[in-house]
Design a protein around this ligand. Structure first.
Ligand code: SF4
Length: 457
């Protein structure tokens, strides 16, 4: 067991997170320490960090990174940056300096690799040029549909395989919650900037149910879905029918998401999908024929048994199918997923392969005219790498940008929805979560309703 005594810090949380990038959770301890090193504390696997007692947190983190790197031989590319929103510090620097200057500063400040610093610079440049408006003047809204046809091996979302009768019970309550939230929004003159229906897989609902759901949002919030950014995830191709997509299109939905994750049949089987790559091709064909402005496709780098060639083939096909947005995720193996249960250290394998896949994605997508426009990281991602949203110029999703900026209120409705209220005067967010289990959501429905009042306190 390694012990790291870190001098002159109040809280060891970020140091623990940094150590986790290099070492298994149960192999080390980080200890916030004050004073001179005491000889009896420092055994063979014990280290003292920041002996000179610096107050510069970033400097201490750099020292700690170098120590961990010396022990393990690793140099994780994000350097000392462990947060889930790496663009935030980059944009803060851009408020005072140019994007080029920011790229240089973050490389030194966080010991970040040159390719990651340049990726952040590309994203910052895209957002600065293309995303305008003061986010806190408007709000966005997320609605959760916690049902899927089967459960994927890596899933840790609020997603359930449930009979159709339970979809209906859930939907009835959700419509009441939408109507209540709409009344509050009207009373408070809240204007919506974007709406995202996710889950789960919203298109698990029938065409008639989708009609009622979107109709109720339009009525409750007095909006025309075609007049704002309104996305519906149609993630699983085995839920897509022409009838459902026609309904979405007729109601004014302009953006949908079809999420192959991989175009390799064996992988789809391994991750617990009940459909083939041909079903994904058919889903795209129907969506194109229906005529949506933007189709997003999610891919995952690091799926079981996949190599660089498999990933390249999937990405090539998404580019050739003309997806306007392609989101490249690094596999995250969280608690509650089957993959994690089978192999708790899964996310520590294949870092080099996944890193090659991400390099490949940058090369191929840039060559095909896509731009990176948002980024986030998650815990337990292979190699502590990242997820990047790519878009054809002008086809970005404002919802995805707002959710990462943390400077806008997001109203969360339905099971598993986590909303947040932004307080611009204090630049502070307050989290307001619904319960994630859809049965408990219905049982505690009155409480879910009353939580909506908290958005307007
Ligand atoms: S499609 Fe998404 S939400 Fe549904 S089971 Fe798979 S990972 Fe979970």
């Amino acid at each position: 067991m390694y012990r790291f005594y870190i001098n002159n810090i109040d809280d060891d949380y970020h140091f623990m997170e940094l150590a986790r990038v290099f070492l298994p959770d149960d192999s080390f301890e980080t200890i916030a320490y004050g004073g001179r090193p005491v000889a009896h504390l420092l055994g063979s696997d014990s280290y003292f960090v920041n002996e000179k007692g610096s107050n510069d947190r970033e400097k201490i983190k750099r020292e700690f990174y170098e120590l961990l790197s010396g022990i393990t031989g690793m140099r994780p590319p994000w350097g000392t940056l462990t947060g889930v929103r790496p663009l935030k510090p980059a944009l803060e620097i851009c408020r005072e300096s140019s994007v080029d200057e920011m790229e240089r500063i973050i490389k030194d400040r966080y010991l970040m690799s040159a390719p990651k610093a340049s990726l952040l610079a590309d994203i910052a440049d895209y957002q600065i040029r293309n995303v305008t408006g003061v986010p806190w003047e408007k709000v966005s809204m997320y609605i959760g549909i916690p049902f899927c046809p089967t459960r994927c091996a890596y899933c840790s979302f609020a997603s359930n395989v449930a009979p159709a009768e339970e979809h209906e019970v859930y939907l009835k309550n959700l419509l009441k919650e939408i109507s209540y939230a709409g009344r509050l929004a009207e009373e408070n003159r809240t204007e919506l900037e974007s709406i995202y229906i996710g889950g789960g897989t919203p298109t698990t609902l029938s065409s008639a149910q989708l009609d009622r759901l979107i109709g109720s949002v339009s009525d409750a919030f007095s909006i025309d879905p075609a007049a704002l950014e309104f996305t519906v995830e149609a993630g699983r191709p085995d839920t897509i029918t022409k009838e459902k997509l026609d309904t979405l299109k007729r109601l004014g939905i302009s953006r949908i998401s079809i999420n192959p994750q991989s175009m390799k049949d064996r992988t789809l089987k391994l991750i617990g999908r009940d459909h083939s790559a041909d079903d994904i091709r058919e889903g795209f064909r129907i969506a194109r024929e229906t005529g949506f402005d933007v189709i997003n496709a999610d891919l995952i780098a690091g799926l079981p048994e996949e190599n660089e060639d498999d990933f390249e083939a999937s990405l090539r096909e998404m580019i050739d199918l003309g997806a306007e947005n392609i989101t490249v995720h690094t596999l995250s193996v969280k608690r509650g997923s089957r993959l994690r249960e089978n192999d708790p250290a899964y996310f520590r394998h294949n870092a080099e392969t996944v890193s090659n896949m991400l390099d490949l994605s940058r090369e191929m997508l840039s060559a095909a005219g896509y731009r990176p426009y948002y980024i986030y990281r998650q815990k337990h991602q292979i190699g502590a790498l990242e997820n990047v949203g790519w878009c054809l110029p002008g086809k970005h999703s404002i919802y995805n940008i707002r959710i990462m900026e943390d400077r806008q209120t997001i109203i969360g409705l339905g099971a598993g929805a986590v909303g947040k209220v932004y307080h611009p005067d204090e630049d502070r967010l307050e989290r307001i979560a619904n319960v994630s289990n859809y049965k408990i959501y219905s049982e505690r429905f009155d409480e879910m309703i009353s939580r909506k009042n908290e958005y307007y306190k």
